[in-house]
Write a protein that binds this ligand. Structure first.
Ligand SMILES: [Zn+2]
Length: 283
């Protein structure tokens, strides 16, 4: 779908998806069960009950800028639960060439966000500046990076490691850190916890604002209920960031889109009934 924020046109580019068992995705004593999931069951696959995480990028176009937020899973073979490869067709459907991309801003450096950075040892977006939080770069880019337990079974090191994926494009990287304006009207906002340098992107044009929240959360229930994602790098920080952005989105009535909500739909948080509850609705 297309979202307009002031002069910015934002299109979701679906690259693939990850279908993941609902149980085991979140911690807790007890973890979220049928009662907690009930408001969100429509987002689970009707046949398998799996949680569907769409994978892709957001394309932001304004003035002379053609910006990608994240770079999908990529066309290389991937291990379950990941699939990718749709992004280039999604770009061409909008008549955008990979050569047109001026900037890629990474929410963080997990494999499902960096896949199109290079293909076959060449930068896929050769004219783009790659903007990465320094803390994620320092954590994930060393050649001797040791995969965490949960990454081992889903990662093909010889293609997926940050040190390999970014090697053909090292001269195009610009590092930032925390909350910082990256381009006119586009600012990173500190949202670490999921990874050491995870960020939310604020889009601001002609007095209108919206947020691309990346992997702040991976499901609607995680956003509304503050569920504890099983593989956060720093759990307390991640959950604090969820609380902070839930409040900001609701208080300031901001439209937002997550990296992995099914279909990469935009939504907002609205008052739920007469109590103090908050509900999610798609736009
Ligand atoms: Zn992700």
């Amino acid at each position: 779908m297309t979202m307009q924020i002031g002069d910015m046109r934002i299109d979701a580019l679906i690259d693939g998806e990850a279908a993941i068992p609902r149980d085991g995705f979140y911690l807790g004593d007890p973890p979220p069960g049928d009662t907690e999931w009930k408001p969100f069951t429509k987002y689970l696959d009707p046949c398998t009950g799996q949680l569907i995480n769409t994978i892709g990028s957001y394309l932001i176009r304004y003035d002379d800028k053609v910006v990608l937020h994240d770079a999908g899973m990529g066309p290389d073979p991937s291990l379950p639960p990941f699939t990718g490869g749709g992004l280039r067709s999604a770009l061409w459907a909008l008549d955008v060439s990979p050569l047109d991309i001026t900037d890629i801003i990474y929410s963080h450096l997990h494999i499902d966000h960096i896949g199109w950075t290079s293909v076959g040892g060449k930068p896929y977006f050769p004219n783009a500046t790659l903007r990465i939080d320094r803390r994620d770069w320092d954590h994930y880019s060393p050649a001797d990076y040791q995969l965490e337990d949960w990454e081992i079974g889903i990662t093909i090191p010889e293609q997926d490691l940050v040190s390999i994926r970014f090697a053909p494009a090292l001269d195009r990287i610009e590092l930032f850190e925390g909350s910082q304006e990256l381009l006119p009207g586009i600012a990173a906002m500190e949202a670490s916890g999921h990874t050491p340098g995870h960020s939310v992107l604020e889009l601001n044009s002609r007095g209108e604002r919206g947020l691309l929240i990346g992997d702040l959360v991976h499901s609607h229930g995680e956003l509304m209920g503050g569920w504890d994602f099983a593989v956060s790098n720093q759990h307390e920080k991640a959950m604090e960031a969820i609380d902070r952005f839930r409040g900001l989105i609701y208080d300031e009535k901001l439209p937002f889109a997550a990296a992995h909500f099914p279909g990469m739909k935009w939504g907002r948080l609205v008052k739920n009934g007469t109590g103090s509850g908050i509900a999610y609705e798609t736009i």
